[in-house]
Design a binder for this molecule. Structure first.
Ligand code: PA5
Length: 473
């Protein structure tokens, strides 16, 4: 017996013509044809790792001291607080939510405290006033720790939430308000770091070369995870394991590179949609996290040479088996514009037997004696079969089990896949000019100083024509 950790697996058989037919499927020749480009992408990632905005590649290796501080701080929070609330959006929220959903009890917040053994967990990633107001209805401020997370330190949504919460805390606790809030932000740039220093707020730093959607494995995700009792060292070990496994240039052994290559060929053939379909509720929010990573990183108008390319693949979130009863009809018979990625699990962390009964009804009774585990696995295999039979490109990622190590592997796998795919497309996977445009327009609409020109630009937009607005009469 070795102590080698169990690896996740990537299976792209059903992208190949032998399985999905010659018209849609790829041949070994097709894979060989993109090998030079894949090699360039591999070398680009290898050369640039740890530099510029690729600081995320080193997170599994360079956070020894910060991990110690996080574990120490998390212990104190677990002792004194009964709720932990993240205020953040996009990359400052999706990772914490995905890891919580994957690695905590699925009904965590509803468990009695004795069973929960960690604070209740909330991630507030919207500024819907009804949502904020309902949160304030249920929180006991005395027992709540807030974690405001923003890399830029100035995102309107997050900073509005900060203003509301800090005002409440100050009114209740005066000088001691900062004992109820922790900031996670850039060490130098943005307003939050300056505010945190002024208000004496404990702060964790988002390393300079780590952008929002690549930040789950730094304090953005590690502090909430540690507060929830998740083994963050194991999470980082899983990420390191995948990172090391992907240091081979050969697409037949580097699974993130192989994955990027299959998506790249698919995109070149007009497959503009990437459906992520885990067959596990615990992985449901991994799809949300993936959607941001894939969409914001690859959806670009220009390549690095400044030429217009308009590339990207629209991520769609689906859940097996639930969405078999809503979306799979389209995937099986609709346009040939998708790649469906299934995520399966070998061993679920629970086994549920289907009870005996309905003896007079063979159409129901055949289920008896089986388990829900068998049912969900069979349904994934069956959907995979139906798609393949209908010549639909699909792939499968399998986790031996959902645990901190395999989630670390999976997240690193997707980040590397995105980095390789970005390099193959020749775009900057780390900027988000489209998001910035919206952020700046919001500043202008709310009258932020310095955005007068943007406000003038917005005010000059054509009035909406009532002719195209209908009300029920
Ligand atoms: O990936 C990104 O950089 C963005 O989606 C950000 O995460 C998002 O806009 C929130 O930004 P910030 O963390 O600066 O508040």
């Amino acid at each position: 017996m070795t102590n080698q950790p169990e690896s996740i697996r990537f299976d792209y058989n059903n992208m190949m013509s032998v399985y999905v037919g010659a018209k849609e499927g790829f041949t070994d020749k097709d894979l060989d044809a993109v090998k030079p480009l894949a090699a360039e992408a591999f070398n680009f990632v290898k050369k640039n790792r740890g530099t510029g905005m690729m600081g995320w590649t080193e997170l599994p290796y360079n956070q020894k001291d910060v991990v110690k501080d996080i574990i120490f701080t998390a212990k104190k929070i677990r002792r004194s607080f009964d709720a932990f609330v993240v205020l953040g959006i996009g990359g400052s929220a999706l990772g914490p939510m995905a890891v919580f959903q994957a690695l905590c009890h699925m009904r965590h917040n509803e468990l009695p405290k004795s069973k929960r053994k960690a604070p209740k967990f909330y991630v507030e990633d919207n500024v819907d006033p009804e949502r904020m107001s309902s949160l304030l209805d249920i929180l006991d401020l005395d027992k709540t720790m807030f974690n405001v997370i923003t890399k830029s330190g100035s995102t309107s949504e997050t900073m509005s939430q900060y203003l509301i919460i800090m005002d409440l805390l100050k009114r209740r606790y005066g000088d001691k308000a900062s004992e109820h809030i922790i900031a996670t932000t850039d060490a130098v740039s943005g307003s939050l770091i300056k505010i945190a220093k002024k208000e004496n707020i404990k702060t964790f730093y988002i390393p300079a070369g780590v952008g929002g959607r690549f930040s789950e494995l730094c304090p953005v995700g590690l502090l909430p995870a540690a507060v929830l009792g998740i083994d963050i060292k194991e999470l980082l070990k899983g990420a390191a394991f995948m990172d090391r496994a992907c240091r081979k240039a050969d697409i037949r052994s580097n699974m993130a590179l192989a994955s990027a290559v299959t998506q790249y060929i698919a995109m070149q053939r007009g497959k503009n949609i990437s459906v992520m379909m885990p067959y596990a509720d615990s992985l449901r929010l991994i799809s949300d996290w993936y959607a941001q990573l894939w969409a914001e990183s690859l959806g670009k108008a220009e390549n690095i040479k400044g030429e217009k390319v308009y590339v990207g693949q629209t991520p769609v979130k689906a859940l097996g088996v639930t969405d078999q009863h809503s979306q799979v009809q389209l995937y099986t018979e609709g346009p040939f514009d998708k790649v469906v990625t299934f995520i399966g699990v070998d061993r679920y962390r629970a086994e549920v037997k289907i009870s005996e009964g309905c003896e007079d009804f063979p159409s129901v009774n055949f289920l008896c004696g089986h388990t829900l585990n068998e049912l969900i696995a069979s349904e994934m295999a069956a959907t995979e079969y139906a798609l393949t039979k209908n010549n639909r490109l699909n792939r499968r990622i399998t986790l031996p089990e959902v645990n901190a190590h395999t989630i670390g592997q999976l997240m690193m796998f997707f980040m590397l896949e995105t980095a390789y795919a970005g390099a193959m497309l020749g775009i900057d996977a780390y900027n988000q000019p489209g998001v910035e445009e919206g952020k700046n327009a919001t500043y202008a609409l709310l009258g932020r100083a310095g955005y007068e020109a943007k406000a003038a630009e917005l005010n000059a937009r054509p009035e909406k024509n009532p002719k195209y607005i209908i009300e029920a009469q």
